[in-house]
Structures are given as structure tokens and as C-alpha cells.
Ligand binder design. Structure first.
Ligand SMILES: O=C(CO)COP(=O)(O)O
Length: 139
């Protein structure tokens, strides 16, 4: 599965701790992130992550492009609900595209935990069909 991690600055530590807790699940998947989030996770885990640009520089939009193509299977996006972001339009566009494509999206750790347990159980296996019938998409 293709999984993306995104965390705003005051949520990065929570994200790193979450990924450490489920590292054994994530290591079987293809991982993506915005720039700084991915760097922080890779510093503290053995995971290899394809990092896009930092969020304010277009990273949310780059992940959004994969969502628009229905290539992303799960997004964990720990947003900071108490601080305005300069790239709010990019963030909203990504969230909207997840709803357009019906992509599982967690915006807090409680939901992320439920989705990761579902992932580990194989509940998202149907997504393989999406990839299988789309030429040029990673499995
Ligand atoms: O701003 C972000 C998402 O909107 C996160 O970007 P970084 O991971 O580069 O800090």
C-alpha cells in the first residue's frame, strides 16, 4: 500500500512516536511524506520514506497529485488545529481530494491507530485492485 505521513510542526513529535509504535506494520508498505515530517521520522526509525517538498513549499499538493490519480491508499495527516498555516488552501485541497477519491484519512492519532490496525488486518486489500487495473502504478 502507498501511505503518506504529514504533520504540522507542533504535531511532529506525536507523529514520530506513532510511527515508531507501528514501525513493524509500516515497514511492509511504500511510504511517502512531506519534507520535514519524513526527515524527522527517518531520523528515529529504520523506515525508508519518499519525501516530497515541505508542506508550505508544495508538499501537500504533491501528495494530492497522487491522491487525484487514486494512487494513495492511506494518509495520516496530523494537523495543528490551533495554528493557522500559510498554505491552508493547499491543505484544504488535499483533504478535499481524499473525499473525492474516498481515501482513508486520519487527522488525529486516535483515528490513525484504528486505520493502522485495519491496515494490519488486511482491510485495505481491496485497494490492490485499484493499483492492479491502473497501468504504471506501484503496488
Ligand atoms: O506543512 C505541512 C503540511 O501541511 C508539513 O510539511 P513538513 O513535513 O515539511 O513540515
Amino acid at each position: 500500500m502507498n501511505i503518506a505521513f504529514i504533520a504540522h510542526d507542533r504535531k511532529k513529535e506525536e507523529m514520530v512516536n506513532f510511527v515508531i509504535a507501528y514501525e513493524s506494520v509500516f515497514e511492509d508498505h511504500k511510504l511517502y511524506s512531506t519534507g520535514t515530517t519524513g526527515t524527522r521520522i527517518m531520523e528515529q526509525t529504520q523506515l525508508s520514506i519518499h519525501r516530497f517538498a515541505s508542506g508550505p513549499l508544495g508538499g501537500d499538493q504533491q501528495i494530492g497529485a497522487l491522491v487525484a490519480d487514486n494512487e494513495m491508499d492511506l494518509i495520516i495527516f496530523l494537523r495543528d488545529p490551533l495554528m493557522a498555516q500559510p498554505h491552508e488552501p493547499d491543505i484544504n485541497a488535499l483533504l478535499r481530494l481524499c473525499d473525492v477519491q474516498g481515501i482513508p484519512l486520519a487527522t488525529n492519532v486516535a483515528t490513525a491507530e484504528i486505520l493502522v490496525k485495519a491496515l494490519d488486518r488486511g482491510d485495505f486489500a481491496w485497494r490492490e485492485l485499484v493499483h492492479k487495473y491502473k497501468p504504471g502504478v506501484d503496488s
